[in-house]
Every structure is written in structure tokens, then in C-alpha cells.
Design a protein around this ligand. Structure first.
Ligand code: GTP
Ligand code: MG
Length: 397
């Protein structure tokens, strides 16, 4: 034993008793030391084990927290992963027809406009100025806005005069014709040659990312190849949300880290789209930055990158507006128009709002074509805007 060797060396010239007694003292001392060391080691081991356990726990805690955060963020966006997987199923269900869907989506708007108009018409026996005034008021109340309501009634007066309408029951048809004319004005179908880019802009929460997911679905169904660019780098959740739509559509998403330069994301996406000869690149953007000026400057920079790096592509700038915000949507359109070359409007959330009359105001006041309308949160709830269908859905009983 090592301890004995040590004793022998140390006590070479001492007698056995001494050796033994000294030795026993040494042994006791060493034993004590060893015990202490062991004890220390044991304590260390215990501490380590405890530490390891805590490490695991904290890792688990971090994992849980991250997972929880994800859920919270997704929920804040109104899109939980659960919702997505649930939503996946109804896709297999038979699809409602285009017109039926728009009609169903416009139920509240139709009720809002038409019940008001019907009530006014019911209370008059002859067509006079008072009738026009009351109709004008009703249209304003139905979110068509003052400017457009005044214009509609002016047109109605002219029509009533030129068509010599004297029967109140005929006024409704004349009104429907006036509104249809506004919706129809300058209608040109949207052409998206290959390659094309759609830059999607709008304030936060209006439905930009969801619209992009639906647009991708629509164009992929038509056989186009689609690439998405996550140029809303303001929040990590925004990038994740677009990735989820990319996964659902089976199309790639070009993305960078949170808070990275959105123009750099678009730059990379353009290079990728060019290299892959992608038919359609759709770019998501932030709806909110530290201030309005920043947002507008960023949009300008992104548009500049597309123009410079992808001059051969046809470019569309879609402004997304939330129908539930009513007249506020017009203010947003006016604001964005100052900076961006808006080529089309997407009006979302028409389902469940009575404020769909805003489409008429947008058409009349903005001189920008309405390209799509959102009638639900599902992947196939984005309809190309068709003025005839829209007018029919609004006036048909
Ligand atoms: N009912 C209904 N909900 C919609 C429609 N379009 C979008 N939404 C919902 O509106 C919410 C916001 O949509 P997002 O796509 O995240 O909006 P966003 O403009 O990208 O928002 P930010 O990224 O925060 O700027 C989500 O809960 C969508 O499901 C629609 O047409 N109908
Ligand atoms: Mg978004």
C-alpha cells in the first residue's frame, strides 16, 4: 500500500513501536485527510449532479419558454400552429363557388347598405329631393364616405331625370346601376407575366402576410413557380409566420435574421428568383417600424432594389387595406400613395364586416384598381376582384 511505503521512508531509523505509533498517527491523519478529500469530492459530485440536473432543468425551462413564446407570438398573430393544422383539413372539403363565397362574405355589408336603402325607399311614395337626401345619408352611414355618397346621389339624380323615373321602386335599380358603374370604371384585368414581383405593403395587422400566403396558393394552383421574401424583419414571429405559409404552399422563403436589413433580404430574393427563373416573387414588408418616416424610407429602398436589380421583371405594388377599418382605410391609402407607386389594392376581412361599402369609396376616390378581396382566413379565401360579381353580390336578394 502506498501509505506503508511512505511510512517506511519517513521512519527508516525509528523503532517499530515508534513507527507504529507515529505511523498510526500518520495513518489517522492521512485517513482524515483522505476522508476529507473524499468528502469534498463527494460534495463536489453532489454539487455537480445537482448542477447538471439544474442545467437540464434550465435547458428544459428555456425550451419550454421558447415553445411558449412561440405559441404566444403565433397567437398574437392570430395564427397558432394548431389552427394551421386544423385549417389544413377543410382544404380537402369541396370548395364553395367563387360567387357564393363573395356573396357570403358580403352578407353584413349587403344588409347594412340594402336594409338602409330599402327602409328609405319604403317610406317615400314619390321621387323627390328629400328622398335623395335621405339616401345620401344612408350611404354615408354605410361607410361609403361623404365624397363618394354625394357623387352617387348626383349621378342618381341625373339618371332619374334622364330615364324619367317617377316610381320609387325603380330608384333601387338605378342606384345599383350607378354603383356598378363606379365599381366597373377603368377595370383592367391583372396581368402577371413571367417574371413578376409583387411587393406587399400596408400598416400592421391588415393581413399582408396572410394575403401573401393566399396569393402564393392562387398562383401555384395556376402552375406558376412562386418564391417568398421575408422582408418584414421587424419581428422574428413575422418571419416564422411567412415560413409557415411557405411550408403550407410548398414554396421557398428567402429570409434573414430578425432586425436585419429588409432591402438585403429583397436583394437576395431577387438574385434567387433570377437564378431559378421563378415566375413570381412576392415580398412581405413590415407594417410598423419605429416611426412612419422609417417605414416609408424602407419601402422606398426596397422598391429601389427591385427596380435596380430586377429591371426585366414586371412589378406590382399591392397595398393591403383592412375593410373593418372603414374610412380609415382611405386615409391609409392616401398616406402610402405619397411614397409608393401603388398599382393595386387588396381589401381584406370583408367577411364579418358591415363596412364593405368602403370598396366603392376606394374605387371612386383612389383611382387605384382593387385587385383582390379577402373573405376569410383560409388559404383559398382570397378572390380576384370582379366588379360585376361584386355588384351582383351587393344587390342581389
Ligand atoms: N376574417 C379574415 N381575417 C383575415 C383576413 N386576412 C387576414 N386576416 C387575419 O388578420 C390577422 C392579421 O393578419 P396578418 O397577415 O398577420 O397581417 P399583417 O398585415 O401581415 O400584420 P403585421 O405583420 O403585423 O404587419 C390574422 O389573424 C389573419 O388571419 C380575411 O380576409 N378575413
Ligand atoms: Mg405580417
Amino acid at each position: 500500500m502506498a501509505l506503508f511505503d511512505f511510512l517506511k521512508k519517513k521512519n527508516n531509523n525509528t523503532d517499530e513501536a515508534e513507527i507504529l505509533s507515529e505511523g498510526s498517527e500518520e495513518i489517522d491523519e492521512l485517513d482524515r485527510l483522505e476522508d476529507e478529500e473524499e468528502l469534498e469530492d463527494l460534495e463536489k459530485l453532489e454539487e455537480y449532479e445537482e448542477f447538471e440536473e439544474n442545467e437540464n432543468l434550465s435547458e428544459k425551462y428555456i425550451e419550454n419558454e421558447a415553445a411558449e413564446e412561440e405559441v404566444i407570438e403565433e397567437e398574437a398573430d392570430g395564427e397558432t400552429t394548431e389552427e394551421f393544422s386544423e385549417e389544413d383539413e377543410p382544404e380537402a372539403a369541396p370548395k364553395t363557388g367563387f360567387f357564393a363565397k363573395i356573396k357570403a362574405g358580403l352578407t353584413k355589408t349587403r344588409d347594412n347598405i340594402m336594409s338602409g336603402v330599402d327602409n328609405v325607399l319604403k317610406s317615400f311614395v314619390k321621387v323627390d329631393e328629400e328622398l335623395f337626401e335621405e339616401l345620401e345619408e344612408t350611404l354615408i352611414m354605410a361607410d361609403i364616405g361623404v365624397e363618394t355618397s354625394v357623387y352617387i346621389i348626383e349621378q342618381l339624380r341625373d339618371r332619374v331625370k334622364s330615364e324619367r323615373i317617377t316610381d320609387v321602386s325603380e330608384v333601387k335599380t338605378a342606384l345599383a346601376d350607378v354603383i356598378s358603374e363606379i365599381l366597373d370604371k377603368d377595370e383592367q384585368p391583372l396581368e402577371l407575366p413571367s417574371p413578376s414581383v409583387i411587393l406587399v405593403i400596408g400598416v400592421n395587422g391588415v393581413g399582408k402576410t396572410t394575403t401573401i400566403g393566399k396569393l402564393a396558393h392562387n398562383y401555384i394552383s395556376e402552375g406558376k413557380s412562386v418564391l417568398l421574401a421575408a422582408a418584414d424583419t421587424f419581428r422574428a414571429a413575422a418571419i416564422d409566420q411567412l415560413q409557415i405559409w411557405g411550408d403550407r404552399n410548398g414554396c421557398e422563403v428567402i429570409k434573414h435574421q430578425e432586425n436585419s436589413d429588409p432591402a438585403a433580404v429583397v436583394f437576395d430574393a431577387v438574385q434567387a428568383a433570377r437564378a431559378r427563373k421563378t415566375d413570381l416573387l412576392i415580398c412581405d414588408t413590415a407594417g410598423r417600424l419605429h416611426n412612419k418616416k422609417n417605414l416609408m424610407n424602407e419601402l422606398k429602398k426596397i422598391a429601389g432594389i427591385i427596380e435596380r436589380e430586377y429591371s426585366q421583371a414586371h412589378t406590382e405594388v399591392f397595398l393591403v387595406l383592412d375593410a373593418t377599418t372603414g374610412q380609415n382605410a382611405i386615409q391609409q391609402a392616401k398616406l402610402f400613395k405619397e411614397t409608393a407607386d401603388i398599382s393595386g389594392i387588396v381589401l381584406t376581412k370583408l367577411d364579418g364586416t358591415a363596412k364593405g361599402g368602403i370598396v366603392i369609396a376606394i374605387k371612386n376616390e383612389m383611382n387605384i384598381p382593387v385587385r383582390f378581396v379577402g373573405v376569410g382566413e383560409g388559404i383559398d379565401d382570397l378572390q380576384p376582384f370582379d366588379s360585376k360579381d361584386f355588384a351582383r353580390a351587393l344587390f342581389e336578394e
